[in-house]
Design a protein around this ligand. Structure first.
Ligand SMILES: Nc1ncnc2c1ncn2[C@@H]1O[C@H](COP(=O)(O)OP(=O)(O)OP(=O)(O)O)[C@@H](O)[C@H]1O
Ligand SMILES: [Mg+2]
Length: 227
């Protein structure tokens, strides 16, 4: 760890966090970077790719892990009926398991609910635009529904992703969401389309850049998951 990195909290017991959100909001890209940064910070990290089998498309985390060293193992989509057991089994002791989920659509599958029922923290990836806020409504409604039926509901935090250089949209969204009682992470993941940016990082070993958004996010999520 370098002196620039934020103080990192190593969880006392293993914790699980699920990334949920609409298609293309940055879930898999973030998880690949989190594994690398957690590993660098001395936090044992693993991931589970819980895209529904058959959902297999370009850009899966499991294929990324085949091509590059992500700093921790990525386990394949579990059998849906065994999700809970496998979530527990793959959680490192004193470490973090990040669960990647498939694009959330209006009829989110049972896999999404099984994952939510088995994690400590849900991280909703949300680009700060009005359209994305509307699209995310079905995710929030589903979580409300779980609460209503008395199911285990993980704590929800919102991560603003694909933000652009002008911070206004993200600042406004942050204000609206926190005003409505949601927890929004301090760290935002900017859209970076440059050749060495996040948008071009698929299949490559994530770069460790102290003080970068992914570095800060790794530390913030470790704290949130341990809280
Ligand atoms: N911070 C970023 N800046 C620019 N491009 C990004 C960023 N994060 C992700 N991308 C690009 O956006 C696309 C979607 O990213 P990613 O696959 O991580 O999203 P996802 O939420 O996992 O999508 P899906 O729900 O389809 O699995 C990819 O082409 C990826 O390279
Ligand atoms: Mg993905």
């Amino acid at each position: 760890m370098t002196t620039h990195s934020p103080a990192v909290v190593i969880p006392q017991q293993g914790r699980r966090l699920a990334f949920i959100g609409k298609g293309g909001t940055g879930k898999s890209t973030i998880i690949a970077h989190m594994l690398k940064h957690w590993n660098d910070a001395g936090i044992p990290g693993s991931a589970m790719d819980a895209d529904e089998p058959g959902d297999e498309e370009n850009g899966s985390l499991i294929d990324w892990a085949d091509e590059a060293d992500l700093g921790g193992p990525v386990y394949p989509a579990p059998n849906r009926s065994k999700v809970r057991d496998q979530l527990v089994k793959y959680t490192p002791e004193s470490g973090l398991l990040a669960v990647d989920t498939g694009a959330w659509n209006r009829k989110a599958g049972n896999m999404h609910f099984a994952v939510l029922a088995g994690v400590d923290l849900a991280v909703l990836t949300l680009p700060p635009t009005r359209m994305e806020l509307n699209r995310a409504g079905s995710v929030l409604a589903a979580i409300d529904h779980l609460e209503e039926v008395g199911a285990h509901v993980p704590r929800l935090v919102i991560c603003l992703t694909l933000t652009n250089a002008s911070a206004k949209a993200a600042d406004d969204t942050y204000k609206d969401l926190t005003g409505a009682g949601f927890t929004v992470l301090k760290t935002r993941v900017p859209r970076v389309d440059a050749q060495d940016g996040y948008g071009q990082s698929y299949g490559l070993e994530p770069k460790l850049i102290p003080g970068s958004p992914m570095d800060l996010l790794a530390a913030e999520l470790a704290r949130e998951a341990s809280a």
